[in-house]
Write a protein that binds this ligand. Structure first.
Ligand SMILES: *[C@@H]1O[C@H](CO)[C@@H](O)[C@H](O)[C@H]1NC(C)=O
Ligand SMILES: *[C@@H]1O[C@H](CO)[C@@H](O)[C@H](O)[C@H]1NC(C)=O
Ligand SMILES: *[C@@H]1O[C@H](CO)[C@@H](O)[C@H](O)[C@H]1NC(C)=O
Ligand SMILES: *[C@@H]1O[C@H](CO)[C@@H](O)[C@H](O)[C@H]1NC(C)=O
Ligand SMILES: *[C@@H]1O[C@H](CO)[C@@H](O)[C@H](O)[C@H]1NC(C)=O
Length: 236
């Protein structure tokens, strides 16, 4: 009895003391609205993904965009190119779209749970299959976020991925989110676990593992170091 209550106290205290406070030091404005990185050519909503026929409209430049509603829905649009020095002609392009529900957790993280109708297109001129579309249904965890005022770009959202690596900063485009309808927009058959699908499942896992490190290498401008419970921002 006593041990049990001591244990629950020990478990409760750290969680309680770490609860995040959404004051101006953490976020100078609310997260609701549409955010976009770089030159802001990638934007959520009807200008990027057409889920009904699983197609995309290609933006002029790469980037990423997140939208959040006040009642718990999110949408993500991402367009990324990656190359490497050894084979400069082998530039891989990825278009990725998903939406679902999000939660601002007490420990300061954000969980984004997709509806299951997300999809992505991989273009790799040097791969055996150079262009293909696949379902994208990953639950994403962002361990930390903050919003600060940039002297030139205005309100700036900084998201940190599951491994602590920062995404490129995103700038507020509108406080009312620009999004597709917040419900499943195409029929997707959940993957089966039959032996015949094992290889396909492995391929999806590998692609999605890379996905979670989205854009970590393309950060410019602000380097933010997570130290303990605090955040120290250094201008480069
Ligand atoms: C910080 O963000 C939360 C969630 O969007 C919001 O409720 C809160 O009002 C924001 N804080 C400030 C100071 O704007
Ligand atoms: C998909 O549908 C949109 C209209 O919703 C249309 O403009 C577009 O051409 C279609 N794309 C493909 C590849 O069928
Ligand atoms: C560069 O890309 C090629 C083709 O995709 C790949 O075979 C090679 O392993 C890559 N090299 C590095 C260092 O990632
Ligand atoms: C923060 O909370 C989320 C949701 O409960 C959880 O998935 C995540 O592991 C927690 N992170 C840490 C560092 O405790
Ligand atoms: C998406 O993922 C969730 C949670 O892992 C799962 O319950 C659901 O069946 C998946 N949907 C599809 C279409 O794969």
């Amino acid at each position: 009895m006593i041990i049990a209550s001591l244990l629950s106290l020990l478990l409760a205290v750290p969680a309680f003391s770490q609860d995040i406070v959404y004051d101006a030091g953490h976020n100078v404005t609310a997260i609701y609205g549409t955010w976009s990185s770089g030159s802001q050519n990638v934007v959520t909503g009807s200008g990027f993904a057409q889920p009904a026929n699983e197609s995309f409209i290609y933006p002029k430049t790469t980037g990423l965009s997140y939208s959040f509603t006040t009642d718990g829905y999110y949408e993500i649009s991402r367009y990324r190119m990656t190359g490497n020095g050894t084979t400069p002609n082998c530039i891989t392009g990825v278009m990725n779209w998903c939406h679902g529900t999000y939660a601002l957790n007490p420990n300061g993280s954000i969980t984004m749970t997709p509806f299951g109708d997300g999809y992505q297109q991989i273009q790799d001129p040097c791969a055996a299959i150079s262009n293909f579309m696949e379902n994208y249904n990953d639950t994403e965890l962002y361990v930390l976020w903050n919003i600060y005022q940039d002297a030139v770009k205005g309100y700036t959202l900084q998201l940190y991925q599951f491994d602590g690596s920062p995404l490129p900063p995103q700038y507020l485009m509108s406080t009312s989110p620009n999004m597709l309808p917040t419900q499943p927009l195409r029929n997707v058959t959940p993957p089966t676990t039959s032996a015949g699908n094992t290889q396909n499942a492995l391929v999806l896992t590998a692609a999605n593992a890379g996905e979670r490190r989205w854009g970590a290498a393309s950060l410019t401008g602000v380097l933010t170091v997570i130290s303990g419970l605090g955040i120290a921002s250094l201008l480069l």
